[in-house]
Design a protein around this ligand. Structure first.
Ligand code: NAP
Length: 277
């Protein structure tokens, strides 16, 4: 089993430097896959109402013999539940589906700026944190402008912003803003969904030099840029491979070479215009 190191969030929580994406891990097979990941050392599990698998993730946590306090279950408020009272109700629904008595990390899934309710949603998350229903609060797919607005209007800085990030979209400017404001970056689709990324020369060269797989080189790139990647894998051996990225370091030149693969988002997921409900 791998020990995945942690960093400290702005609220004092110890937060893993790598976690498990769970999109499409559902039903009994999904619960088995999540349980295997916990056995492989994963302590951060990323689910969402809209993945339809909070029940499978919660079942795996309950079946695991790892102490509950060592696992961070992250779930997300969907766009259709934006608003103060709606968010409070949404959290209760998530808790019931998870079968857990608290949410460790609660995120706003998408900002949906045209609806313009993310500040009210954030106020509800602050209240949920104050009453202890939720331990850490953060956002997903927020831009610098949206983060600034949340902070200016509520005084509470999100602990995490989970955003699209991979070598094709390294999020250089947003990461710098996160660093200045002590917001932890989390990378979704960190492997760019297993596209041609893994065959890129810069990735293959770094992998060969360190005698690791291309996937491990990419995940190490995230770690060294100060982001927590959440690769999804249903397969226990690929889960292990993905977690074994703490025994080597890329050089600054290798990190820079991989970052030069930048070409843009995987799909049209610009949070200024893309909305999800
Ligand atoms: P990803 O993690 O970049 O890629 C997942 C794909 O890579 C799967 O097809 C998986 O297949 C394969 N894979 C994993 N490890 C591998 C390995 N070692 N070798 C070869 N192939 C490997 O993509 P993602 O699922 O889109 O993103 C990860 C997580 O981010 C999601 O599961 C979800 O939790 C989160 N997410 C959040 C948002 C948001 O808006 N906040 C959006 C998208 C995703 P196998 O399962 O067969 O191994």
């Amino acid at each position: 089993m791998v020990t995945i190191p942690t960093v400290t969030l702005n609220d004092g929580t110890a937060f893993p430097q790598l976690g498990l994406g769970t999109y499409q891990l559902d039903g009994a097979d999904g619960a088995d896959a999540v349980l295997a990941a916990i056995g492989n050392g994963y302590r951060l599990l990323d689910t969402a109402v809209n993945y339809g698998n909070e029940d499978a993730v919660g079942a795996a946590v309950r079946r695991s013999d790892i102490d509950r306090d060592e696992i961070i279950v992250a779930t997300k408020v969907p766009g259709r539940d934006h608003g103060y009272h709606e968010t409070i109700r949404s959290a209760q629904g998530s808790l019931a589906r998870l079968g857990l008595d608290r949410i460790d990390l609660y995120l706003i899934h998408w900002p949906n700026p045209r609806v313009d309710k993310y500040v009210d949603t954030w106020r509800a998350m602050i209240a949920l944190q104050e009453e202890g229903t939720v331990t850490s609060i953060g956002v997903s797919n927020f831009t610098e402008g949206m983060l600034t607005r949340l902070i200016d209007e509520t005084g509470v800085v999100p602990a995490v912003n989970q955003v699209e990030m991979h070598p094709y979209f390294p999020q250089t400017a947003l990461r710098a803003f996160h660093e200045r404001n002590d917001i932890r970056t989390e990378s979704w689709s960190p492997l760019a969904r297993r596209s041609e990324l893994l065959a890129e020369q810069a990735v293959a060269d770094a992998a060969a030099r360190h005698e690791v797989s291309p996937t491990q080189a990419v995940l190490r790139w995230h770690v060294q840029l100060g982001s927590t990647p959440i690769p999804k894998s249903a397969d226990p051996s690929r889960q292990r491979e993905n977690a074994e990225v703490f025994g080597f370091s890329l050089s600054d030149a290798e990190v820079a070479e991989i970052s030069r693969l930048e070409r843009g988002r995987l799909w049209d997921g610009d949070p200024e215009v893309h909305e999800e409900f």
